[in-house]
Design a protein around this ligand. Structure first.
Ligand code: NAD
Length: 460
């Protein structure tokens, strides 16, 4: 039977970038079977050798960084500088994890029995099904693939149907660097391909995407008892106290809310400001946003949304906010128009506890709320089903630390943005933002491996 295909269209140019297979459950099952056959050889490869291959991959990515960044721009509509930054962070991730092949790992455990020597070691799980989203296609890929391979698993990546081309190029670069084709491959398609990988018994299921899909993934993986890494959305608060460096807070909030056209799990989509400085803060946000260049041109600082449907959904959200009595103010200058472009919006006057006021919005929006007391600020920060990232702005460091201790989030910055993870920082959230696992950091090796306890009885 001929596998059906889907087309990828550039949100930047409207032109078709390519056609990709819409893989079925049975395609997924045979990919998992192939990856399982390759597992035993890959697992028995010395970790130092796997590290060398990952280092080669980093060098190959450096060699191809311009063409990869250019492709990401065409595929996602983001500015070239942002695409370059994302490729750069994938390279950093590869170098950091490659070095892990020379790091000490494991522990010796004390025993109640004389001359029993017991060690705890990390061992690979098997086939890793890696299901990812489109907003940062290269880091999303690198965050999962490098730890999965370093830990000794074979891996199948199911990229978002919005970003098949960069996934194809990324995996091609890794094959060119020497990563065997049966150790890492890409499976294109939608939910059916992803579910197929889980049902075929992949031992590790790592997912980055929305809460609603993540909950389905967790349910499907529960049937096979696969280990899961589930990284989901956010509706992240940036809290500004009256004693904060206001102009810097506004510039940072603008960047956190609008960069990547707001398509960020860590975007500052809810900004919570002490009433005394609310008007002054809004003036500062207006000053830092009004000159933004938005669109498809090469000088645009904010690019497109991933497709026209997403841009229409974003406009629909803003229309609903207005219907609910909120004020929506748009900023920026259009530079190159397409149906995928949306001007950034600041929304005031929403009920922060309502669905509109608290949900995740994958577009360039900053909902701003005022607060009176510190306790009210903390309550508003936590007024969401999510708990991914947060930021607290104050020149009173004691207060800032006190507030941090009461905010439910996996990542919190004081006097910084809500985004901006580094490769050695474990990333993930609480509440509906994830299942407690972490991508990135050396913690990722633990997430992508199992623990084994081996004892040697020297007294025999
Ligand atoms: P999505 O859940 O729609 O899709 C994510 C992936 O799941 C895609 O590859 C998709 O094809 C696949 N999929 C679809 N149906 C499936 C099913 N039934 N079973 C298994 N997989 C299925 O998410 P999206 O709209 O592509 O991504 C946006 C979301 O991702 C936002 O919520 C954002 O916050 C989140 N995100 C989280 C992080 C993080 O690290 N926590 C990072 C980036 C994005």
């Amino acid at each position: 039977m001929v596998t059906p295909t889907f087309d990828k269209v550039s949100p930047l140019t409207g032109q078709k970038l390519g056609s990709y297979p819409l893989s079925t459950r049975s395609d997924a099952a045979s990919a998992v079977a192939d990856a399982r056959r390759a597992f035993w050889l890959w697992k028995s490869t010395a970790i130092e050798s796997r590290g060398r291959l990952i280092r080669n991959a980093a060098q190959a990515l450096e060699k191809h960084r311009d063409e990869l960044a250019e492709l990401v721009r065409r595929e996602t509509g983001k500015p070239l500088g942002d695409s370059h930054g994302e490729v750069g962070s994938a390279i950093e991730m590869a170098y950091m994890l490659a070095a892990h092949g020379r790091f000490p790992s494991g522990n010796l455990l004390p025993s109640a029995i004389p001359l029993r020597q017991t060690r705890l070691q990390r061992v690979p799980l098997g086939v890793a099904a890696l299901i990812i989203t489109y907003n940062a296609p290269i880091p999303n890929f690198a965050w999962k693939v490098f730890p999965a391979l370093m830990a000794g698993n074979t891996a199948i990546v199911k990229p978002s149907p919005h970003t098949p081309a960069s996934a194809e190029m990324f995996v091609g670069i890794l094959h060119e660097a020497g990563v065997p084709e049966d150790v890492l491959r890409v499976l294109h398609g939608g939910g059916e391909a992803a579910v197929g990988m889980i049902e075929a018994g992949s031992e590790l299921v790592s997912f980055t995407g929305s809460y609603s899909t993540g909950a389905k993934v967790a349910q499907a993986a529960a049937k096979t008892l696969a280990k899961t890494v589930i990284e989901l959305g956010g509706s992240n608060p940036l809290v500004v106290f009256a004693d904060a460096a206001l102009a810097a807070a506004a510039v940072t909030a603008t960047e956190s809310a609008f960069s990547n056209a707001g398509q960020r799990c860590a975007s500052a989509s809810r900004v919570i400001v002490e009433n005394d400085v609310l008007d002054a803060f809004l003036d500062e946000v207006a000053a830092s946003s009004q000159g933004l260049l938005v669109g498809t041109s090469d000088d645009a600082q904010i690019g497109t949304l991933i497709d026209g449907a997403s841009a229409r959904a974003f406009e629909g959200f803003l229309a609903e906010c207005e219907k609910a009595g909120a004020t929506v103010t748009r900023f920026g200058h259009l530079r190159g128009v397409a149906d995928t472009v949306a001007l950034p919006a600041v929304v005031t006057g929403l009920d922060p506890w309502s669905d509109l006021g608290s949900k995740e919005v994958f577009g360039p929006v900053m909902r701003v709320y005022g607060f009176g007391t510190e306790e009210q600020g903390i309550e508003l920060a936590n007024a969401t089903e999510f708990g991914l990232t947060a930021a607290v702005w104050s020149s009173d460091i004691v207060r800032a630390e006190r507030v941090v201790s009461k905010i439910h989030a996996g990542v919190i910055n004081i006097n910084g943005p809500t985004h901006g993870a580094e490769v050695n920082f474990p990333f993930g959230g609480v509440k509906n933002s994830g299942n407690g696992s972490r991508d990135a950091g050396v913690q990722a090796i633990d997430a992508y491996s199992d623990v084994q306890v081996v004892s040697n009885f020297f007294g025999v």
